[in-house]
Design a binder for this molecule. Structure first.
Ligand SMILES: Nc1nc2c(ncn2[C@@H]2O[C@H](COP(=O)(O)OP(=O)(O)OP(=O)(O)O)[C@@H](O)[C@H]2O)c(=O)[nH]1
Ligand SMILES: [Mg+2]
Length: 301
């Protein structure tokens, strides 16, 4: 078998549906998705093997003007993926408008001189006419642009995308073992899933100032809970917020909000880890963490 390989950076504005597309393409949940822009904060690898082709997808943070140290790092992750990739998969929300942010990203992509595929995402939310309008508006922004309308969420019309991606893979050995589908550790996935639940329950400025850290991961020994079946894991997560008022919001009336978050995250972690999981969450205030490089290092951001 002649092996073929491509690294594909999934890029676009915040909220375009990049992480949803990554999860759908890989067939595993790897990245948090939410209605909040700037959900993804780092680069997430997802590997798919199809016939002789291996595709290594890199999900990236949405393209935006950074205002905090955290956001500068997010944009750096995006830049690194753009440099590293062989192919660029540009995701656009077909229901939106072509604004200055999108134009400026298009310029950046065109400047790289790499093949670009435009995924006109959220096909399920727009009319055919609207889809055509979007395709026409984007067509000339990047030379040689290939365009595929699709719905990442429902998996609609992915076949033409697979065809274009396979065609774009060059000859070359696979970079990853055939049975590896991500480089994310269980802890990183747990962190991501807990944060997703927080983002989905909170509003406005609260979610942007939230970070999650797994403080303890206990599989056996002294602190292993007596009432948790053997072979399980106790995960202690720290949820950092920027202000005391945000902590109050996150806890909710009588602790109702954090209980909700804990329960839904615990359910998801059981699915992920395929064993008994007890999740405990502690909400802590860490003022201005988003602008403190030491904090960002510690959080692996
Ligand atoms: N209706 C519809 N919604 C979608 C589709 N794809 C993604 N979404 C929704 O769009 C929102 C944003 O999706 P994400 O995958 O988190 O977007 P993203 O581009 O990764 O966003 P950032 O990480 O913030 O840059 C979520 O609420 C998704 O459920 C789609 O095909 N159809
Ligand atoms: Mg994302």
């Amino acid at each position: 078998m002649v092996e073929r390989f491509a690294k594909v950076a999934i890029v676009g504005l915040p909220n375009a549906g990049k992480s949803t597309l990554l999860n759908t393409l890989v067939g595993e949940k790897l990245a948090a998705t939410s209605q909040m822009p700037q959900t993804t904060r780092g680069r997430i690898l997802g590997v798919v093997n199809r016939g002789e082709v291996q595709l290594a997808f890199l999900d990236t943070p949405g393209f935006h003007l950074p205002q905090h140290a955290l956001n500068r790092r997010m944009v750096e992750h995006l830049e690194a993926a753009l440099e590293e990739a062989d192919l660029l998969l540009w995701v656009v929300d077909a229901g939106g408008f072509l604004g200055p942010g999108e134009r400026s990203l298009a310029k950046r992509l065109a400047g790289l001189g790499k093949p670009v595929i435009l995924a006109l995402n959220k096909l399920d939310t727009v009319s055919r006419g609207r889809l055509m309008e979007r395709a026409v508006a984007h067509k000339d922004l990047v030379p040689g642009l290939e365009i595929v309308p699709l719905a990442a969420k429902t998996g609609q019309n992915l076949d033409p995308l697979w065809t274009l991606l396979s065609r774009g893979a060059g000859q070359g050995p696979w970079l990853f073992d055939a049975d590896l589908f991500t480089d994310q550790t269980e802890r990183q996935l747990a962190t991501e899933f807990i944060r997703e639940k927080v983002l989905r329950k909170t509003r406005e400025e609260v979610p942007h100032g939230v970070a999650v850290r797994v403080a303890r991961w206990i599989e056996e020994g002294q602190d292993y809970p007596e009432d948790l079946p053997p072979g399980g894991v106790l995960i202690e997560g720290e949820v950092l917020v920027e202000r005391a008022s945000h902590r109050k919001i996150l806890l909710g009336q009588g602790g109702e909000m954090i209980r909700d978050i804990r329960q839904s995250a615990q359910r998801e972690l059981r699915k992920l880890l395929q064993r008994p999981v007890r999740l405990e969450l502690f909400v802590k205030v860490d003022e201005g963490w988003r602008d403190r490089p030491d904090r960002l290092d510690r959080l692996g951001l």
